[in-house]
Design a protein around this ligand. Sequence first.
Ligand code: ADP
Ligand code: MG
Length: 234
Amino acid sequence: MTSEKTLIFKDVTVRYHDKSASVLSGITMGVSSNERVALFGLNGSGKTTLLLAATGLLPFTGRIVVDGIELTKKTADTVRDRIGFLFSTPEDQILFPRVIDDTAFSLTRRKIPVKEAHARAHDALARLGAADLADKSPFQLSHGQRQRVALAGALVAAPPLLLLDEPSSALDPAGKRSLAVTLSGINAAMLVATHDIPFAASVCSRYVLLNAGKTHSEGVDFKKAELCLDDSKI
Ligand SMILES: Nc1ncnc2c1ncn2[C@@H]1O[C@H](COP(=O)(O)OP(=O)(O)O)[C@@H](O)[C@H]1O
Ligand SMILES: [Mg+2]
């Protein structure tokens, strides 16, 4: 059912350390299954922090529910298995000296046999037009290629939720168009942190705009969001 929420934040307040000041406060929002939502905000508004909080990596108060599982210390590993995460710098998530091993990692770490994991990793790379990169070293790749490899790794286990941090940054116009088409064809709920409004408008059906750690506004009128993101109007 499309109305089921794959991601819920309820009155979420996040700090980087138990006693430091909150970086996000009182965030309430959700993403329905297969819905794609843009997360807007100026630099430092808390977009990356909100994505990280959903993976259980930061202390928070309030409730976070992923694919029906309440996020707690005990459930954090299970919750992370339901999430595909794309970091804003793909090199931060590439771990192996060969692309195919890297792409297959979220399967091999779940003890899926290497042969099957590699076959699925090949499929994920092929979906992203990156099948020819399988035997390369990630360190020989361009930024756009690395990003496709990182995205293939996020998708390979078919998670119900994708959290994408600035996925279009540093891509050329053709790369952005191709990424938008790819994301639009994926069956998963997505929260896409970005300040690239045209890209978000081509991928997402609505947006939530953060300002200084709070929800500033939300809606479906991406032109309005563009006006809000102009420094003087926020
Ligand atoms: N590791 C960290 N420790 C403490 N504060 C941090 C850390 N990372 C980010 N922050 C602070 O959290 C706030 C939100 O940052 P961030 O979530 O990265 O914003 P955005 O992704 O919207 O640019 C900023 O004030 C930033 O300085
Ligand atoms: Mg960020």
